[in-house]
Design a protein around this ligand. Structure first.
Ligand code: SF4
Length: 81
């Protein structure tokens, strides 16, 4: 799969020039799931997570987001490509 992830959340650690995501992988989850899980639950364990549902895009979020100034940048097991 040749995947391109475009993103305009510019204060994310993984945001890169040209509105691109530079994370090696991401996971998108429901807002409800994202709010209930620690930062360590992220893309590396995506295949083990139980799928959920959302009614609109407003109910989903990028679980891989971490603020560029956060001290938890390494908590998710992801890295910049
Ligand atoms: S990790 Fe998520 S929020 Fe951060 S740049 Fe990538 S897609 Fe955007």
């Amino acid at each position: 799969m040749n995947q391109h992830i475009h993103c305009i959340v510019s204060d994310c650690h993984y945001y890169s020039t040209g509105n691109k995501c530079s994370a090696n992988e991401i996971v998108v989850v429901s807002d409800q799931f994202g709010a209930s899980q620690p930062d360590s639950v992220d893309a590396s364990m995506a295949s083990e997570l139980t799928p959920g549902q959302a009614s609109t895009c407003m109910e989903t979020c990028c679980k891989t987001f971490v603020h560029k100034n956060s001290d938890k940048i390494n908590a998710d097991g992801n890295y910049k490509l």
